[in-house]
Design a protein around this ligand. Structure first.
Ligand code: F6P
Length: 551
């Protein structure tokens, strides 16, 4: 039964009203075991969720909602690629969902349509390892016989964000002398800036596109080819500098890529879940195959935890239930991701695609309008920088914005007192969000500083911080390939569980299609090849501005 059609929905609504009346700081005062009761250790990650607007009753109601949605059965379906209630998880694209198979041990098996797909995964991994071995041992060289030490990964969306977040997160593990640039945007600036930094003789270009039909990627690839030709590479030598990952072999071959240098993608892997496949080649190129495999094993540990752990100890489930709690019952329209680790600076970007492309939906699995909010706006950035910018709104704005603080216990750079300060700052933020500062405290503080009563009464309301703002704190031992694998898999599963509770398909993305098709008409209008098309007045006016400026 859909969440809003069940009596539980009314119970959760009433409970949400009730729990807001009790300050969280009192919940901590009344229960000395609150931290122990509302925290859990998972693979590589400790989750403290005690600073949330919850009590045991909240969790039991949310657990009931999970049971009503048959979460257990749906999790099993996520791992076997089968059907739930007669339909594939991605029924609107008629595709199985099996990105978890990419991190399964390669000696295991998983049969899909009569075929052991783990065998395909294994072969792909061997092909990646063999190719990279040839690059690293200089058996494959550039057109002037120099080693290929720079990779430019050309791709967008899931063919970009996942590898990028990981290569940055694991920079300390990079192999000396190898580096990678990511070219995603159709904005020529992206291309121009990268071309300035690279040497055609030592650069390998990787075309990353599941469909091999994405405009940005194909246009960038075309211009890169032209640049190589201008740089002295002959038509025949171009092949030495291009490889591809795609599910569309024929288009890649037509582009001029050797069949041997095409790595597979499968229908059962969505773009935003693809970093674990050959789309992860930039990760393996920069960090080495051993670190790529360690990343996969960390993700697999999280998979096993998700599949086999009771819901009350299950990290992805707990985080998802809390997410549903705030989006659906507190009208929280955004969720902040606040990594206190410079290497995790791109993590919010990856989660934006993962979460918003998955759960940014307005109809349920049957195509009926939802009677509640689905996925939130995901945003964020590295601490402490945000503290001197948008945290003001987190503390004193009118909106309730749940936040995830993410911090490792150990830094890769133990410089002076930096890491202790970083850790202290991270805790200070979640503490301030939770406890706030009431009017009496604000007034007392001003009086103690010597202010007279009248002035203190005027100023104090501006210093009040309401508190009761929820947050999770995720603590990693250190950013390692295993912990980063576990962290990304944790959020993938969190997003899935939320989709189950909201009864939506988290694996399609029809919303991005309309803009794509409109943009092709608009491009033709700019080119002058389609002058008959009628646009609205605003679009027409803006087109004319561009045409008038066009030189
Ligand atoms: O436009 C959205 C999208 O389809 C994403 O889901 C996907 O990750 C991205 O475009 C890139 O697609 P492709 O790998 O086919 O180029």
């Amino acid at each position: 039964m859909r969440l809003d059609h069940s009596p539980l929905h009314q119970e959760l609504k009433a409970h949400a009203l009730d729990i807001q009346s009790k300050p969280m700081r009192e919940m901590f005062r009344d229960d000395p075991n609150r931290f122990a009761n509302f925290s859990v250790q998972g693979p590589h990650i400790f989750l403290d969720y005690s600073k949330n607007l919850i009590n045991q009753n909240t969790l039991s109601l949310l657990n009931k909602a999970a049971e009503n949605a048959q979460l257990h059965e749906q999790i099993k379906t996520l791992f076997n690629g089968g059907k739930f209630e007669g339909r594939l998880l991605n029924h609107t694209e008629n595709r199985s969902v099996l990105h978890t198979a990419l991190r399964q041990p390669v000696d295991s098996s998983l049969i899909l349509d009569g075929k052991n797909i783990i065998e395909d995964v294994k072969q792909c991994r061997e092909k990646m390892a063999g190719f990279l071995q040839k690059i690293h041992t200089k058996q494959i060289l550039g057109f002037t016989n120099k080693p290929l030490r720079t990779l430019v990964s050309i791709g967008i969306g899931g063919s970009f964000l996942g590898p990028k977040v990981v290569t940055e997160a694991l920079k300390p593990y990079a192999q000396e002398g190898y580096n990678c640039h990511y070219l995603a945007n159709i904005d020529g600036t992206d291309l121009a800036e990268i071309l300035q930094k690279i040497d055609p003789e030592t650069t390998l270009f990787l075309l990353q596109s599941k469909s091999f039909s994405t405009l940005e990627t194909l246009e960038n690839a075309k211009e890169v080819k032209a640049w190589l030709l201008q740089s002295g590479v002959s038509e025949a030598q171009i092949r030495q500098h291009f490889i591809a990952v795609t599910a569309n072999n024929s288009a890649a071959i037509e582009f001029g890529i050797d069949e041997d240098h095409i790595f597979p993608m499968w229908d059962w892997v969505g773009g935003r879940y693809s970093l674990w496949s050959a789309i992860g080649l930039p990760i393996a190129f920069v960090l080495g195959m051993n670190n790529f495999e360690a990343l996969l094993s960390g993700a697999h540990e999280m998979d096993q935890h998700f599949l086999n752990t009771d819901f009350d100890q299950n990290l992805p489930v707990m985080m998802a239930l809390l997410g549903v709690w705030y989006q659906t019952y507190f009208d929280a329209d955004s969720h902040a991701i606040l990594p206190y680790d410079q290497y995790l600076q791109y993590f919010p970007d990856h989660l934006q695609q993962l979460d918003m492309e998955s759960n940014g939906k307005h109809v349920d699995r049957d195509g009926k309008d939802l009677g509640y909010h689905s996925g939130p706006v995901i945003w964020g950035g590295v601490g402490c920088n945000g503290q001197h910018a948008y945290h003001q709104l987190l503390h004193q704005g009118t909106r309730l914005i749940p936040s995830d603080f993410i911090i490792p216990l150990q830094s890769h750079h133990d410089i002076g007192a930096h890491h202790k300060h970083l850790f202290a700052n991270c805790l200070s933020q979640s503490q301030a969000l939770m406890q706030g500062k009431n009017l009496q405290e604000a007034t007392d503080e001003l009086l103690a500083a010597g202010m007279d009563q009248a002035k203190a009464a005027q100023l104090a309301p501006h210093k009040v911080i309401k508190g009761n703002r929820p947050s999770n704190t995720l603590v990693l031992e250190k950013t390692t390939p295993e912990s980063i694998g576990a962290l990304i898999a944790l959020y993938e599963h969190k997003v899935f569980v939320q989709s189950v509770l909201w009864n939506i398909n988290a694996f399609d993305q029809w919303g991005v299609e309309l803009g794509k098709s409109l943009s092709s008409n608009l491009y033709q209008a700019l080119e002058g090849s389609d002058s008959n098309h009628q646009f609205d007045a605003s679009t027409e006016g803006l087109l004319n501005k561009f045409k008038q400026a066009d030189c």
